[in-house]
Design a protein around this ligand. Structure first.
Ligand SMILES: NC(=O)c1ccc[n+]([C@@H]2O[C@H](COP(=O)([O-])OP(=O)(O)OC[C@H]3O[C@@H](n4cnc5c(N)ncnc54)[C@H](OP(=O)(O)O)[C@@H]3O)[C@@H](O)[C@H]2O)c1
Length: 183
């Protein structure tokens, strides 16, 4: 009897240890509902499709691209007058290769709503043999596809981390001081 109880205790202990060590909450968002998704190159192609999906899940989106005409057309394509309204979409004109302009755009976007998800999608390519493509085109590709992504992350992550630090530093809300904290 004593042996059976010991075996059972060990088994339960092993199960408990296994569950605690192996179970990890998923770091992935289950839904984008209420989240703010920033998409570079969001005015056409893959970026526009990502914006559409995020909006259909209830997200707010910021689209960044260079052409204001393309951004306006993108809004027309995204707003369906049923579930997706224009007030969930913000657009910013910026070249991702231009750090200063991009930083302004992302900071303004962050002021609209804190950014939760960043999609570094802006990019292009000229196809051909490397020695036949003009060097200015190769440099432009690197400036958009590589530096553009680094620029975007450099600005957005700093703001996102700052917000996260502030949230963790915030004291728990006490019901007696709730009114004054809201003020
Ligand atoms: N389509 C494919 O088969 C394929 C395959 C592999 C990888 N990709 C990559 O996936 C991404 C999207 O491709 P896509 O086919 O959807 O391209 P796309 O339809 O040509 O759209 C590109 C988007 O990026 C914007 N953009 C381009 N250069 C920019 C810059 N310097 N600064 C800010 N925005 C810029 C464009 O708007 P503006 O021109 O107004 O700036 C547009 O919104 C690209 O990075 C591409 O390299 C695509």
């Amino acid at each position: 009897m004593e042996v059976a109880a010991t075996i059972l205790t060990i088994l339960l202990l092993l199960i408990f240890l296994g569950v605690t060590l192996l179970w990890k909450p998923s770091p992935c968002l289950k839904t984008l509902g209420g989240k703010h998704v920033l998409i570079t190159g969001g005015s056409s192609g893959i970026g526009l499709a990502i914006a559409k999906e995020a909006l259909s899940q209830g997200a707010f989106v910021t689209l960044i691209a260079r052409s204001s005409a393309k951004l306006e057309k993108a809004i027309d394509k995204l707003v369906d007058n049923k579930t997706i309204s224009a007030d969930r979409i913000s657009t910013k004109i910026a070249d991702v290769g231009d750090y200063e302009t991009l930083a302004d755009a992302i900071e303004q976007s962050f002021q609209w709503r804190a950014i939760d998800v960043v999609v570094c999608n802006a990019g292009w390519a000229k196809f051909g043999y490397i020695d036949e493509i003009p060097i200015k085109d190769l440099h432009a590709t690197i400036n958009t596809n590589l530096s553009g992504m680094v620029n975007t992350l450099h600005v957005a992550l700093r703001l996102m981390k700052h917000r996260s630090d502030q949230e963790h530093a915030r004291p728990p809300i006490d019901k007696n001081t709730f009114g004054s904290q809201m003020v």
